[in-house]
Ligand binder design. Structure first.
Ligand SMILES: [Zn+2]
Length: 307
């Protein structure tokens, strides 16, 4: 197995210790922002649980159990996949059958539920009983980027492991080692501290584009760039809604009073919603409308400060 990302190691070490002394919870939630490595940690944990010759660093990668797993062929590992956008009750029934069967390799059985917040209500209900009384030797690893959207009953029955990537200096250093590029200052904030997301944006050069968008927005709101020009340069960019949301939260709304903050965020949300709902919408026109509205909110605030 590839070495674990450095920020995941402390929690993995704790998990290993808990496995060794038999105290690992049978139902766990790994939560944290997208791009932090939850899936990687879930796989490493599953591998360690299934391995017949567990090492201090995790699975041995050589025993029969490890070989079966690496071949994608381990009968005691179930990774729930869904063909639709939701995890439905059928998938959970499959899980329940799996957990109530007996282990093929005379060890633990492990289930990983990725994107667990997409579970339907019926699916969540079908999972409850298994979470309440997990069959002996069975571990259920629930993975989610949206912990608060997970049903409360599921949350209450799982031990939460909240992942975070540690301090930004370490991540920045890690990123520069991976790419030989110095990550721009805004990037980690933009990615909510998720190193893998930041790495992707750095390597596919989206980070450069984001930096350029940020500069354009600064120029527009600082009065150095005309509306038509900023719209022409921003309209149609794939990361536009993400970058605008970031810009509003980080740079624009801070000095505003509460009501204007709410008005700015409401205008932004309306714009996001229209972009997905109104088919054939003139996107340049919609962006022009949004930027005009935001600027007028700012100017009213400035006028109020001066008066
Ligand atoms: Zn092994």
């Amino acid at each position: 197995m590839a070495e674990l990302y450095p920020w995941l190691r402390p929690q993995f070490k704790q998990m290993q210790a808990l496995i060794s002394n038999g105290h690992l919870a049978h139902a766990l939630v790994l939560s944290g922002t997208a791009g932090i490595g939850k899936g990687t940690l879930a796989e490493a944990l599953a591998a360690a649980l299934l391995c017949k010759n567990r090492q201090p660093a995790g699975a041995c990668e050589e025993c029969k159990s490890c070989l079966l797993r690496r071949a994608g062929n381990h009968a005691d590992l179930l990774v729930l996949r869904s063909d639709t956008q939701h995890i439905g009750v059928d998938a959970i029934r499959q899980l329940n059958n799996f957990t109530h069967g007996s282990a093929q390799q005379h060890g633990y059985r492990v289930v990983i539920i990725p994107l667990a917040d997409t579970m339907t209500e019926a699916a969540a209900n079908a999972l409850l009983k298994t979470l309440e009384e997990p069959p002996p030797g069975c571990f259920i690893i629930v993975v989610t980027s949206n912990y608060s959207q997970l049903s409360a009953t599921i949350r209450s029955r799982c031990q939460q492991w909240q992942l975070n990537a540690g301090n930004s200096a370490d991540i920045t250093q890690w990123l520069s080692q991976q790419t030989n590029k110095v990550p721009p200052a805004f990037l980690l904030d933009y990615c909510q501290g998720a190193p893998l997301k930041a790495l992707k944006l750095l390597t596919d050069e989206t980070a450069d584009e984001l930096g350029a968008m940020l500069a354009l927005l600064d120029q527009y709101f600082g009065g150095q760039l005309q509306l038509a020009s900023v719209v022409k340069q921003l309209d149609g960019k794939t990361e536009l809604s993400g970058m605008l949301g970031y810009y509003l939260r980080q740079r624009l709304v801070q000095p505003l009073d509460f009501l204007r903050q709410q008005a700015v965020l409401a205008a932004y949300q309306r714009w996001c919603r229209d972009a997905t709902r109104i088919i054939g919408q003139n996107s340049a026109l919609a962006l022009t409308g949004l930027l005009t509205e935001l600027k007028s909110l700012l100017q009213h605030q400035e006028a109020k400060w001066k008066s």
